[in-house]
Design a protein around this ligand. Structure first.
Ligand code: HEM
Length: 480
């Protein structure tokens, strides 16, 4: 037998199809509280979508550690081969709104949460190992150029290329984005990267630098622009569908978890600045070490509760894992939790999907929608036996020198890394890259933007620049 309908206060709900009226043809009555509540609640169904990465798909699963990493980090999640940890993964696009077609070219988000015994640990990465900018001050402008034109409310190739052509540190990531990986065939067919360099610290206090790589066991597969456009017109939720359907039929996607580990001083002395997120650390210099695997085997039971209300943050570390001085990362440590307080409210960490598996004890209290509080002491220091500091969780210091200043660029060589990526591409991939740049940069009316950007490609690799110039009908005199 079906359950009986009730209001949110648990009172029996008599009629869900007919409002109360003053007589058969008369107006509706104020006393119809169920009607008023239903309309009022409906008006409050929408919350602000994520300011970036608004469209996404999530699933739950398990991470299994296959290699004990206690020599490098004391983080419980990476200590003791065979240990399993529940996870949540949310894939996303960056620029489009929540209803935007899934298959249009964009970087894809790869946000991974480990529900560890020491609290939530999040790696909020992308499907590319680098990023467009390396100073957080530039992030809002970069995103504005990706979003809609303030006058027309249309997305604009000119805005994107204008920003990139004046931000040469972007050329490595732009080359990724315009290449085949700018359009994954599915979320299951893409790798994830932590992108930044992070710090690992072992139980003896020894520090290392680490980079995360999550390698798809389904293989990396991409979609051509032609297929992507066709799919976009047939199924705007193609990537969401694909992930949900695969898990639903028991075809659980898996990723290998690998790390590159750099000894502390070697990392500081590395040929490229390891804190510059526009660069990678060569796999030849520091090979990837496989440390485990995760599987996604559980679809959300309620999308809003399990995915929309998920609040990932690069600031969610556990003891043994710490931020590096990467400037972009440092900016992100503030950005996410601030966005989530706005998007979900001051007590978003109490929402079921964001609650850690271990108990929470601190002196923070109250606020909108707070729940489950007891009468325990709410100040420190106290003589009431309240929770005490855990000094084992203290962060480890790095030496600093110099004086306060407006930060200088990491490096003037924005180009070599992009050139190496270009030269790694097969002839067919290079052809597709040039075609994609032609289709997008070529549609920009302002020739100065085309010239500035093509100069960047030329500095990355002369062949790259020459081919773009030819495709756009620019003369090499304008470029060199
Ligand atoms: C989402 C800010 C750079 C990956 C977000 C959100 C904000 C944000 C405010 C929405 C959070 C929410 O409402 O829950 C920033 C800032 C950046 C930056 C200020 C630079 C200063 C990056 C980089 C990456 C990245 C470098 C990847 C390497 C993501 C992902 C999400 C996201 C994957 C979606 C998380 C989810 O699935 O809920 N970002 N971001 N972001 N960002 Fe960033």
């Amino acid at each position: 037998m079906n359950d009986k309908l009730t209001t949110n206060e648990g009172q029996p709900w008599a009629d869900n199809n007919h409002s109360q009226t003053a007589g058969t043809r008369g107006p509706i009555l104020m006393q119809d509280y169920q009607l008023l509540e239903k309309l009022a609640h409906f008006n409050r169904e929408r919350i602000p979508e994520r300011v970036v990465h608004a469209k996404g798909a999530g699933a739950k699963g398990t991470f299994t550690l296959t290699k004990d990493m206690s020599a490098y980090t004391k983080a419980d999640v990476f200590n003791g081969a065979g240990k399993t940890t529940p996870i949540l993964l949310r894939f996303s696009q960056v620029a489009g709104e929540s209803g935007y077609p899934d298959t249009l070219r964009d970087v894809r988000g790869f946000a991974l949460r480990f529900y560890t015994q020491e609290g939530n640990y999040d790696v909020v990465g992308n499907n590319t190992p680098v990023f467009f900018v390396n100073d957080p001050l530039k992030f809002p402008d970069f995103i504005h150029s990706q979003k809609r034109d303030p006058a027309t409310h249309l997305r604009s190739q000119e805005m994107q290329w204008d920003f990139w052509s004046h931000s040469p540190e972007s050329v490595h990531q732009v080359t990724y984005l315009m290449g085949d990986r700018g359009n994954p065939a599915s979320y299951r067919n893409m790798n994830g990267y932590g992108s930044h360099t992070f710090k690992w610290v072992n139980a003896k206090g020894k520090q290392f630098w680490v980079k995360y790589h999550f390698l798809s066991e389904q293989g990396v597969k991409n979609m051509t622009d032609e297929t992507a456009a066709k799919v976009a017109s047939e199924d705007t939720d193609f990537l969401l569908h694909d992930l949900y359907d695969a898990i639903d039929r028991g075809d659980y996607p898996k990723w290998k978890v690998c790390v590159q580990i750099l000894p502390y001083q070697e990392g500081l002395d590395y040929k490229d600045d390891i804190f510059d997120v526009t660069k990678v650390v060569s796999k030849k210099d520091y090979p990837r070490i496989e440390i485990g695997e995760f599987v996604l085997d559980t679809n959300p039971t309620n999308y809003f509760d399990d995915v929309e209300e998920a609040a990932f943050s690069p600031a969610n570390f556990v003891p043994g894992i710490e931020p590096s001085p990467d400037k972009l990362l440092q900016g992100r440590l503030f950005g996410y939790k601030d966005a989530e307080r706005y998007r979900l409210g001051a007590n978003y960490e109490q929402l079921p999907i964001n609650r850690p598996v271990n108990e929470v004890h601190n002196y923070e209290r109250d606020g909108f929608m707070s729940q489950g509080q007891d009468g325990s002491v709410n100040y420190e220091p106290n003589s009431k036996g309240g929770p005490v500091e855990d000094n084992d969780a203290r962060m480890h210091g790095d030496a600093v020198q110099g004086q306060t200043e407006y930060s200088r660029p990491y490096d003037k060589d924005y180009y070599s890394a992009a050139g190496r990526l270009y030269r790694l591409m097969s002839p067919e991939e290079k052809d597709r890259l040039i075609q994609t740049i032609k289709n997008t940069l070529g549609s920009v009316d302002d020739q100065e933007i085309q010239v500035l950007e093509t100069r960047q490609f030329y500095q990355a690799d002369p062949d790259y620049g020459q081919r773009v110039a030819d495709a756009l009908g620019l003369s090499m005199d304008q470029i060199k």
